[in-house]
Write a protein that binds this ligand. Structure first.
Ligand code: FE
Length: 263
């Protein structure tokens, strides 16, 4: 059921799916919008008391994210940290996170494993390198999360996470919207007017339409109810999900428009 923006507590976050044993939670935003700082979304999946944090971010958002996770589970019950890719807004807090969830495993592409320790010293045995084809995170209730390849969108070695239980697809930087100050909203209500906030980012950051098409082909077998991106608004209406994939399939970006970029 889609929620209107008035019902959402942006600082505390919102529950996107809850069947009692399994939850998918958006972990809120900073109360004040900040000029010059890309706003980020963090998410928590809870399955039978075990937590999975999705792109939990760096020091800038750490206290809010920890406080909001603690509303749902004890922080030490976060057993998996999933990183879509290597960017600082995604993974620079890895050392900080492992100081509060020392038993967690850290999932990131095998191509970024050697780079992550530059964000701080930690035990690299905690890392689970993901092969290019993707993989799974098994959850205690017999449920699982599917790690979906999304290479070159934008990072060269990049993954999304599909939750078959909630049918929510966590897409990292795909679906990013950059809002002008004072215009942010949590849920997409009008897809056509939302496109203008997504267009600039997708055209410049994604590598090519070839990568988009390959990805769309890969996810075509998934039943996606909602898209949860790492920046911008959540696409939680199924017709908007379809519109989003249609819009993407025709998008020229990155090296497709390299002459425009070099101009
Ligand atoms: Fe990124």
């Amino acid at each position: 059921m889609a929620k209107s923006r008035k019902e959402v507590d942006i600082v505390r976050g919102d529950i996107l799916y809850d069947d009692g044993a399994h939850k998918f939670i958006w972990l809120g935003w900073e109360e004040q919008e900040e000029e010059g700082l890309v706003q980020t979304n963090q998410y928590l999946i809870v399955d039978n008391g075990v937590g999975v944090a999705l792109d939990p971010g760096g020091i800038h958002v750490f206290s809010r994210v920890v406080a909001n996770i603690a509303r749902y589970i004890d922080i030490e019950k976060v057993e998996h940290l999933f990183y879509t890719h290597q960017d600082p807004d995604v993974s620079s807090g890895v050392t900080l996170w492992l100081s509060v969830v020392p038993n967690a495993r850290v999932y990131i592409s095998k191509h970024w494993v050697r780079f992550l320790p530059h964000f701080g010293v930690f035990d690299i045995k905690k890392m689970v390198p993901i092969d290019d084809g993707g993989g799974r995170i098994n959850l205690p209730g017999g449920n699982y999360l599917e790690i979906i390849p999304a290479h070159f969108l934008h990072s060269e070695a990049n993954f999304h996470l599909y939750d078959p239980k909630s049918k929510i697809l966590f897409t990292g930087d795909l679906g990013t919207a950059i809002f002008p100050m004072g215009q942010r909203y949590v849920y997409v209500e009008n897809f056509d007017s939302h496109v203008k906030f997504m267009e600039g980012f997708h055209k410049r950051y994604l590598v090519s339409n070839i990568a988009i098409r390959k990805y769309l082909d890969r996810i075509s077998r998934l039943d996606v109810e909602a898209i949860a991106p790492q920046h911008g608004a959540i696409i939680n209406k199924k017709e908007h999900v379809k519109q989003f994939f249609n819009w993407l399939s025709g998008l020229k970006c990155g090296i497709d428009i390299i002459d425009e970029i070099y101009r």
